[in-house]
Design a protein around this ligand. Structure first.
Ligand code: ZN
Length: 286
């Protein structure tokens, strides 16, 4: 599932390709992947309402591409927006990566009369959400916690300390902090030397400082590596990310800790497979 770094890599690529150019909607193969601000997951149940092409940025000049957490929004000069939720397997493809793929392509645009932009999503947990203005987009995104790349330690502390949750589960909650999923939660907790089962109520200021700094470092490094490709993620031009090659704990259960050599532990925490070092990330928070 694309997390913050993968979505930021897509945002940067789209910004370079789309800003100042006119999108034309070629076709929408599945109306049920179009959601609304009140029903963001799409029209999976009940009758499907057809969506006007203009709401999907038909004949719109792209002004900017924004991101919060794992969500993208493509904005037009006339202040019409399209939020893109990539879900588990969503992709935004351009150029030959877009024109060569036909399977699971649910929407396709032409960029400035030339290249193609395709929204592809094999598992269909993603959606496209029309949004009428920047103020509505900001209000919608207000429901998410602060973006993990720039979260302030005091803000993180306030948001975590009131919850009787394991910190791993807290990091995965998009209302507490936006953008972190399973990979970067494990990597950030390892770097911060914090056990994933640490209860948030036991957090103190220094732990929040360590965790906020680790989140920033891990996410920034992953962006530099073009993100982590496990299965479906690729950049709009079809290039895979290489951060997987430098994962220190994620996917390494039973292997040796790269810092101390201890065997890495694994268990489900917050409902997700979690890996940590029992030595570097001692159970008692230090
Ligand atoms: Zn270790």
């Amino acid at each position: 599932m694309p997390e913050l770094p993968e979505v930021e890599c897509i945002r940067r690529a789209l910004e370079g390709l789309l800003v100042g150019r006119t999108l034309s909607l070629d076709h929408i193969a599945r109306q049920d992947i179009v959601g609304s601000l009140s029903n963001p997951r799409g029209q999976r149940r009940g009758p499907v309402k057809p969506i006007a092409d203009e709401q999907l940025l038909h004949r719109s000049v792209v002004d900017r591409v924004l991101r919060k957490g794992k969500q993208l929004a493509i904005g037009s000069l006339c202040d019409r927006w399209l939020i893109v939720r990539l879900g588990m397997s969503g992709q935004l493809l351009t150029g030959s990566a877009a024109s060569e793929r036909c399977d699971h392509v649910h929407a396709r645009w032409t960029i400035g009369g030339g290249a193609s932009l395709a929204f592809r999503d094999a598992r269909r947990f993603g959606s496209l959400i029309p949004c009428p203005s920047l103020s509505e987009l900001e209000a919608h995104w207000q429901r998410l916690g602060p973006d993990a790349l720039s979260i302030d330690p005091m803000d993180l502390l306030d948001r975590l300390r009131s919850r009787k949750l394991a910190v791993k589960a807290g990091l995965l909650n998009q209302q507490i902090v936006a953008g972190v999923g399973n990979i970067y939660a494990d990597e950030s907790l390892f770097r911060a030397r914090i056990h994933p089962r640490t209860v948030c109520t036991s957090f103190r200021h220094e732990h929040a400082v360590r965790l906020a700094e680790s989140l920033r470092e891990v996410l920034a490094s992953a962006i530099e590596h073009g993100g982590s490709t496990l299965r479906d993620y690729c950049s709009p031009s079809g290039i895979t990310g290489s951060f997987r090659l430098v994962h220190q704990v994620y996917g390494r259960e039973g292997q040796c800790c790269l810092i101390c050599g201890a065997k890495l532990s694994g268990a489900r925490v917050g409902g997700r497979a979690t890996v940590w070092c029992p030595t570097c990330q001692g159970r008692r928070i230090k």
